[in-house]
Design a protein around this ligand. Sequence first.
Ligand SMILES: [Zn+2]
Length: 412
Amino acid sequence: MLAFVHANLIDGTGRDPRPCSTVLIQGGSIIAAGADVDVPVGSVVVDLRGKTLLPGFIDAHLHLGGSDSLDDRMGNHGRHFTWDYSYNIARLMAWGVTAVRSGGDWTPEILEFRDEVEAGAVRAPHIVAPGRFVQAYEGHPLSTVYMNDPAIMQNACVLIHEGDGADRIGASVRRAVSEGVDMVKVFCGDDDKLRYPDDTTVPSLTDEQLRLVVRFAHEAGKRVMCHIDDLCDMGRAVDAGVDTVEHVCNVCTDPDQEIGEELLAKLVEHGVCVTPTIVATAEHEEHGFANGAPPVAPAARRAVSKMIQAGVRIGVGTDAGIPFVAYGESLHREMRELVGCGMTPLQAVSACTGGNAKILQRDALYGTVEAGKLADLVVLGSDPLDDIENTRDIALVMRAGRVVVDNGILSE
Ligand SMILES: [Zn+2]
């Protein structure tokens, strides 16, 4: 039995911190957590006085196979390559990330890797993945950012053609689900950012096709995550019945867009989660990656502020794996962005742990510090409720009770 004592406990459920708490860990799981827990005789006791203990962080949107570092491998090109992921998972764990939702990867490799991680063969964050992404033929992102790369088309995509109806879409969605995915990811958006400012659009799924993708995914028992580029797409996605919306306002969209009361009300009423990935938009614009387009990160922040006020469920995700968005580190910037949009630091860390676990549909397994949950934990050297930047002050990271990062807690 391992006993952390005298910890400032933020348990990820959203409840207030409990000072001077004890957390007992055995066999990879949390046995007990709270202020009134007795330490069994014979336990290994670790004193966390002055430190904060919380669940491991979860990135609700990234691309585990996406990394520029893989570009120069023999025969590899593009960014959706799932090789051994070693650099990416090392960065994630160093930043306290113990679970990810990886949206749109080389398939079946991502699903095989997910299973190896769950079997304990690889020390890595838990992975929840939709495998291939569903998009319109000649649409975004295959025809735009991936320039119709035939390898990506074959290994990471499901293409819906103009005129495809229930029969073909049903067959495509069922085939994708049969690979063993956790959910279905679909694209709703017709911008060709690479050709900005020529106002070029690309084909997109029709409203009816989007509805069919959602219907067949739900019939197969899978939730739908939907990529959107702007608030107009968001309205279409919500009307089609998607479960989570990915992004808010991406680069090269209208800098003056505002979210309306009607859409806010629908998001709340249908319980749709939005993963804004503000960090991705901001990093791209700060690195001059928006083809000279006016910045839209301010529009994203305005919309997210209104969503927080209205009570829309917000996921914390980064889009890490795309250029300029670093694995792990970017999740801490996203929490800071959400605090800037009006979340309290407690809301931000709770959204990034227990809240994200619900988005991943893994809240019965991890995401909170409660008896029976996996011991996926982070110890911080300072209190994130004093300053959200303190989430970066990582002293220890544990995955299923195994230490993956130790910056002087156990070794002292
Ligand atoms: Zn993404």
